[in-house]
Design a protein. Structure first.
Ligand SMILES: Nc1ncnc2c1ncn2[C@@H]1O[C@H](COP(=O)(O)OP(=O)(O)O)[C@@H](O)[C@H]1O
Ligand SMILES: [Mg+2]
Lengths: 311, 297
């Protein structure tokens, strides 16, 4: 019923910075492989914030990991391609993969509490990245680190440089991680639920900060979230994922105002809305989830026999 | 957390408490550390503080009793042995040998075990399989027997004792470091390090190892205690140094022959061994408690 939407998002004229094409991925098991991603396609153009939305277990994190080349060793890409800046990066040798990180690709992680190395000071961790990729000397790296902390609105940056991660709150750490992600001016940043682990008040600030940095640096972002409300705030376009399948994709406005797929409608009904604050929130109906899961299994049995978004 | 973010620099008040302060607040660390420091100072400054030459014999002054006896000889605080050698001086030089062996043997065992443990825990796969199997086989041998055999093969002497301890006890380090490395490897900061483009070995040495160091400090301290006992046992059975060298083990072995006339000859070095070993164990256990929040975070 919504098979057409996947392609109706339209190919951008200025060429995508990231292009995921018909990606299939399975986790190797003892007896058989478990499919995780099923024929996933999405494009991100330069300067775009692209939302990847879906419930827990949909495979959002896995897509981000494949892009960054950090998928678990048991995960096997069984088909399709991921092109970054025009070349397939699914099977890059380690050396080339490493040179892509930092200047090409960056990550804003989900859990700021555990994503900084507890053994090093903040300043050292930022400077390391700058020295590794931009070949800065100690003094230049320190000056740039100060500037970056200031960019992410950390007060007293000189002092924070000297602190260890455990001395900072979650919101502060996430600001530091955002600074690190943007440090080498990457073309694409994967932000995996970057505000989920934070308090509500801090969430809003961090979201605004990511948007601000993105606009300032002109990077593209793959913004992974389970929250359509967040998507509506900062994403230009959205891809809706369930059971490792793309169900619907398109401009954020179109998706939010006129969702086509039943699942997108259900997600909308499950999201608090500022324009209709009185609405009761509906969880995604179990019958719908069961139907989608059955579709996914049917797809595994006969790939290609039915369209990915077929309802 | 929202409140903390509002503080200048986002400083959490409790987090100021440094690892050092937590260590100093731990009674076992302070007590064990004080006793260790006492022995360490005695060992380092032995030539300055020992009242006599530890091997100098004075056959006119045999079996002089310690200071608590009325027949004590002035200038010989802990009395003399069967050859008239000053016990205090021998104990002080004994501390030097005990601590030298403890530090070098624990360092050698630690180096070997840590390198293998890091590689096994981080690389996994066949590397882990080979190293883990080696550890299992190694641990199937009884340690004391193995050390005696090793020293017998290599010949007596301090270097043999040190090598024997390292060869036997690297497995202690290896097992713990392997487990901790596997735990650290799962941490998000490692994934973050990959996404900023650090290589595999760079991540192991620069990201993971610093987080294993607190644990290594604990293991090292406990291993020093073990080394002190092993050295004492080996000198007791005469496999360490030639017997005119004043090791505590040799003193115990010598004293045993005169335990009826002069029980202090045996008791005093035993007290030293026990005090140093207990201090090292207390220090190690205390450090483990004090550093635990750091290690697990
Ligand atoms: N390391 C792994 N080993 C096995 N299965 C995994 C692993 N990581 C993720 N999965 C599986 O892949 C699916 C997608 O997970 P994930 O990408 O984390 O979902 P999301 O981020 O959308 O919540 C889940 O079914 C999960 O169980
Ligand atoms: Mg996820």
């Amino acid at each position: 019923m919504s098979g057409a939407q996947i392609t109706s998002a339209g190919m951008p004229s200025n060429g995508p910075i990231l292009s995921v094409r018909n990606l299939h991925l399975a986790i190797a098991g003892r007896h058989r492989d478990t499919p995780i991603l099923r024929d996933v396609s999405l494009d991100i153009v330069p300067g775009e914030v692209h939302g990847l939305v879906g419930e827990s277990g949909a495979g959002k994190t896995m897509i981000g990991k494949v892009i960054l080349g950090i998928q678990p060793s048991r995960a096997r890409i069984t088909g399709g391609s991921v092109r970054f800046d025009g070349r397939d990066i699914t099977h890059l040798p380690e050396r080339e993969r490493r040179s892509l990180m930092g200047r090409g690709l960056g990550l804003i992680p989900q859990d700021p509490m555990t994503s900084l190395n507890p053994a090093y000071r903040i300043g050292g961790q930022i400077a390391d990245v700058l020295r590794l990729h931009l070949g800065m000397d100690r003094a230049a790296a320190r000056a740039r680190a100060l500037e970056l902390l200031d960019d992410v609105h950390i007060r007293e940056p000189a002092r924070v440089l000297r602190q260890y991660p455990h001395e900072l709150s979650g919101g502060m750490r996430q600001r530091v991680l955002i600074a690190i992600a943007f440090a080498c001016r990457p073309k694409l940043i994967v932000a995996d639920e970057p505000t989920t682990a934070l308090d509500v008040t801090v969430q809003r600030q961090v979201l605004a900060l990511i948007k601000e940095m993105q606009a300032q640096e002109g990077a593209s972002i793959l913004f992974v979230t389970h929250d359509l409300g967040v998507v509506a705030k900062i994403c230009d376009r959205v891809t809706v994922l369930h059971g490792g399948r793309v169900l619907e994709a398109g401009d954020t406005r179109r998706i939010v105002e006129a969702p086509q797929h039943d699942y997108t409608k259900a997600l909308m009904a499950a999201t608090p809305r500022h324009d209709r604050p009185g609405d009761l929130l509906q969880p995604v109906p179990e019958a719908l989830t069961a139907r989608l899961n059955a579709e996914a299994l049917a797809y595994d049995a006969a790939p290609g026999a039915m369209g990915a978004g077929h309802g | 957390m929202a409140d903390a973010a509002a503080l200048p620099g986002g400083l959490l008040p409790r987090a100021r408490e440094s690892a050092v302060r937590r260590m100093l607040a731990n009674r076992r660390v302070v007590l064990g550390g004080a006793v260790l420091l006492f022995f360490a100072l005695a060992a380092v400054f032995a030539p300055l503080i020992a009242p006599h030459d530890p091997v100098e014999q004075d056959l006119l002054l045999q079996y002089a009793p310690p200071f608590w006896s009325d027949k004590a000889e002035p200038g010989y605080l802990f009395g003399t042995d069967n050859l008239g050698r000053d016990i205090l001086s021998r104990l002080i030089y004994g501390a030097q040998i005990a601590l030298f062996v403890a530090v070098t043997a624990a360092a050698a065992a630690g180096l070997l075990g840590t390198v293998l443990g890091l590689l096994a825990g981080y690389l996994g796969g066949w590397v882990d399989a080979v190293i883990s199997r080696l550890v299992e086989i190694w641990m199937a041998f009884p340690a004391v027997l193995l050390s005696i055999v090793l020293v017998a093969v290599m010949g007596t002497g301090l270097h043999s004792v040190i090598i024997a301890i390292a060869v036997i006890d690297w497995t202690r380090f290896c097992r713990v470091v392997r487990a901790e490395t596997m735990a650290q490897k799962q941490q998000d900061y490692v994934a973050s390090a990959v996404t900023v483009g650090l290589g595999r070995m760079g991540i192991l040495w620069r990201e993971i190892l610093p987080n294993v160091l607190p644990l290594l400090l604990v293991l090292f301290t406990l291993e020093m205690g073990i080394a002190v006992i092993v050295e004492a046992i080996l000198s007791y059975v005469n496999l360490s140094l030639a017997s005119d060298f004043p090791t505590w083990g040799t003193m115990i072995a010598d004293g045993r022959k005169y335990v009826n006339q002069a029980p202090w000859l045996m008791i005093l070095p035993i007290v030293c061994v026990i005090a140093l070993v207990l201090a090292l164990n207390a220090l190690g256990d205390g450090l483990k408690d004090a550093l635990d929040p750091v290690m697990r975070k």
